[in-house]
Design a protein around this ligand. Structure first.
Ligand code: EPU
Length: 417
C-alpha cells in the first residue's frame, strides 16, 4: 500500500494554485445527465472522486471525454439501469444520481452511498424531498427504488440545511411540473455553482446561495459550458499551512470571501495576511494565541476545515476548544495527532475537544482516518520535526488535486512511496 512520506520542518514559499471545488464538481457531473445535449465542464480537478463518477457515467452508457481540467458529457444515449452497490458505495456523491436520474427518467435504482466515515450521514431529507415531489420510495436493506409517475413541484422545508439534500432536490425538481420551493436550504457556494450550471442549460432556479430556493420546472435543457468554482476547502487547508510554515506563501486562484470565517479565526489567533482579489499571502508565522472554533453551516466555520485547523491550534499558546456541530464522529484524526505530540482531550459525546499548545510536533507513522483528517496529518507532518509516514492515503487523493506536486513546488519534502 502506498504511503505519503514527509520530511518536515522546511519553510514553504512561492505560489499554490487552487483547483476546482471537489464538492461542486461531484454534483455537476451527475447534474450533466439532465441535459438533453452535450455539456462541457472546465476547471475540473484530478481527484479520484471524479474517476469514480466517470465510472458510473460509463456504466449508464453516457459518453464522457476527459482532457486536462475539462470534461465533456453526452448523455444522449444514456440507459437508466440500476447503479450497482460497488459503484454506489465508492463515494458519497453517488447519491446525486438519485436526483438526476429521477429528474430525467422519473425512476432511479441504486444503493446507499459511500463516503468518509465521519458520522451516520442519513439521507432521510433527500428522500423526504423526493416524496414531496411525488415519488414513492422502496427501501430494501441498502437498496433504493425511487420512482414517480410524474414529478410535481412542491413546497419543501428541510429540517436541517443539508448540502446534499438541497442539491438533490434541485436536480429532481428542475424538470418537474410547476414550482418547487426549498425552505431552510443550504447556502454553501457550491449550491449556487450547481444552480448556475443548470440555469446555463435553461433551468429556472432563483435564490441559490440563500435559504430559500425557487425552481420552476422546464421541459428541455440545452448544451452549455460551465466552470467549477475554486475549492474553498483546498484553499483553506493551504492557508492554514501557510500560517504555520509559510514564508511569503501565496494561495492563488481562490475566492477569499468564501473563507471569511476561517480568515477571521486565523486573524484572531494573530496570523497576518495580505488579502488580494483572488489570492491570500501569508508572510511568516508569528506567535499565535489560543482560539475557540465551532463548526456551523455556511457562512459559519466549515466542518471540512475543522481537522486541519486542529493542527494550527496545537501551535497556539494556551487552551483552544473545538465544537463540532455537523458530524458526530470527526475527531478521530486527533488521536493520530496525539502520536505526534499534540495534547488533546476529546469529550465523551465526541462533539467537543480541547487542544493545549504550543507543543512541538514530532514525525511519526500515522493513519489517515478520512479525507480531511488525512489532510490534517499531512499539514502536521510538514510542520513536524523528522519524518512522518501517512497510511491510507487514498482518502487524501479523493479530494486534493496534485497535492504532492503543489507542495513540492513550494519547497516541501514530500513523496508517495
Ligand atoms: N443529514 C441528515 N439527513 C440528511 C442529510 C444530512 O441528518 O438527509 C445530516 C448529516 O448526517 C450531517 C448534516 O446533516 O450531520 C450535514 O450533512 P450534509 O447533507 O449537509 O452533508 P453532505 O451533503 O453529506 C457535503 C459534503 C461534505 C461536507 C458537508 C457539509 C459532498 C459530497 N460532501 O456532505 O464534504 O462536510 O456537505 O458542508 O459535497 C468533505 O469534503 O470532506 C466532506 C465530508
Amino acid at each position: 500500500m502506498a504511503k505519503i512520506r514527509i520530511e518536515g520542518g522546511h519553510k514553504l514559499s512561492g505560489t499554490i494554485p487552487i483547483s476546482g471545488a471537489k464538492n461542486s464538481v461531484v454534483a455537476l457531473i451527475p447534474a450533466a445527465i439532465l441535459c438533453d445535449e452535450i455539456v462541457t465542464i472546465s476547471n475540473v480537478p484530478e481527484i479520484t472522486d471524479v474517476d469514480d463518477l466517470e465510472n458510473i457515467l460509463v456504466h449508464l452508457n453516457a459518453k464522457i471525454t476527459r482532457t486536462v481540467g475539462k470534461v465533456e458529457i453526452n448523455a444522449g444515449d444514456i440507459i437508466n439501469k440500476e447503479i450497482t452497490e460497488t459503484l454506489s458505495k465508492k463515494l458519497r456523491a453517488s447519491y446525486y444520481f438519485m436526483g438526476a436520474l429521477l429528474g430525467k427518467f422519473n425512476k432511479v435504482e441504486m444503493y446507499f452511498p459511500g463516503g468518509c466515515s465521519i458520522g451516520a450521514r442519513p439521507i432521510n431529507l433527500h428522500l423526504k424531498g423526493f416524496e414531496l415531489l411525488g415519488a414513492t420510495i422502496t427501501e430494501e436493506g441498502n437498496h433504493f427504488t425511487i420512482e414517480a409517475e410524474k414529478l410535481k413541484g412542491a413546497h419543501i422545508y428541510l429540517d436541517f440545511p443539508s448540502v446534499g439534500a438541497t442539491i438533490n432536490i434541485m436536480l429532481a425538481a428542475v424538470k418537474a411540473k410547476g414550482k418547487t420551493v426549498i425552505d431552510n436550504a443550504a447556502a454553501e457556494p457550491e449550491i449556487a455553482n450547481i444552480a448556475t450550471f443548470l440555469n446555463n442549460m435553461g433551468a429556472k432556479i432563483k435564490g441559490a446561495g440563500t435559504s430559500t430556493i425557487t425552481i420552476t420546472g422546464v421541459k428541455y435543457l440545452h448544451s452549455c459550458f460551465h466552470e467549477v468554482i475554486p475549492d474553498r476547502i483546498e484553499a483553506g487547508t493551504y492557508l492554514i499551512l501557510a500560517s504555520l510554515i509559510g514564508d511569503n506563501l501565496k494561495i492563488d486562484n481562490m475566492i477569499p470571501h468564501h473563507l471569511e470565517a476561517l480568515i477571521a479565526k486565523l486573524k484572531e489567533a494573530g496570523v497576518e495576511m495580505e488579502i488580494g482579489l483572488d489570492n491570500i499571502t501569508v508572510s511568516s508565522p508569528g506567535n499565535y494565541k489560543a482560539t475557540d472554533i465551532k463548526t456551523l453551516v455556511y457562512p459559519g466555520f466549515a466542518t471540512d476545515l475543522q481537522q486541519v485547523m486542529s493542527v494550527f491550534l496545537t501551535q497556539c499558546k494556551g487552551r483552544s476548544s473545538i465544537e463540532e456541530t455537523i458530524y458526530e464522529n470527526r475527531f478521530n484524526s486527533l488521536y493520530e495527532l496525539e502520536k505526534m505530540g499534540a495534547i488533546v482531550k476529546v469529550r465523551n459525546d465526541n462533539h467537543k475537544a480541547t487542544i493545549k499548545g504550543k507543543t512541538p510536533l514530532v514525525g511519526a507513522d500515522v493513519n489517515a482516518t478520512d479525507l480531511r483528517g488525512g489532510a490534517a496529518l499531512l499539514v502536521a507532518g510538514l510542520i513536524a520535526s523528522g519524518v512522518t509516514n501517512i497510511d491510507n492515503i487514498s482518502y487524501i487523493l479523493r479530494g486534493y488535486d496534485h497535492i504532492i506536486e503543489k507542495l513540492t513546488n513550494v519547497g516541501a519534502k514530500i513523496e508517495i512511496i
